[in-house]
Design a protein around this ligand. Structure first.
Ligand SMILES: [Zn+2]
Length: 130
């Protein structure tokens, strides 16, 4: 069987300066960091790579902080695209969590655990309320 290569999507969010998340005073970029997550591409495995910046603070809140891309906030193992597919499957298409996991697995080659889908649903609900 032929090896299927993963599709790669690259994003970058690392301008020269970035506001401190506490006070908003801009720090200067001194390095880059690459984040990687599971992405959703129809019919084949996909990987999302996001380059963010590390910033030296010019305030007293914290010494360093980093930028983030809305498609992949820090700590996410799956891209926002994967999360939205899961949440839309349940909320819009009225599928069960198990059916959504099956769809992600068969159509997008993405394996997510049941707990992840429940967590994303809860987070999406919270976002809608605020
Ligand atoms: Zn600050």
């Amino acid at each position: 069987m032929a090896q299927i290569r993963a599709r790669m999507r690259r994003l970058s969010k690392a301008p020269r300066t970035w506001p401190c998340p506490v006070c908003g005073k801009r720090g200067r970029r001194y390095a880059f960091r690459e984040q990687q997550a599971v992405d959703a591409g129809l019919g084949r495995p996909a990987v999302l790579k996001v380059r963010v910046g590390l910033y030296a603070a010019r305030c007293e809140c914290q010494k360093v902080f980093e930028s983030f891309h809305p498609e992949l906030p820090k700590g996410w193992k799956f891209s926002r695209r994967v999360r939205e597919l899961a949440v839309n499957g349940v909320v819009r298409d009225k599928l069960s969590v198990e059916d959504v996991r099956c769809r992600l697995r068969e159509e997008f080659r993405v394996h997510v655990c049941e707990g992840c889908v429940h967590k994303w649903l809860a987070e999406a609900g919270g976002e809608n309320q605020s």
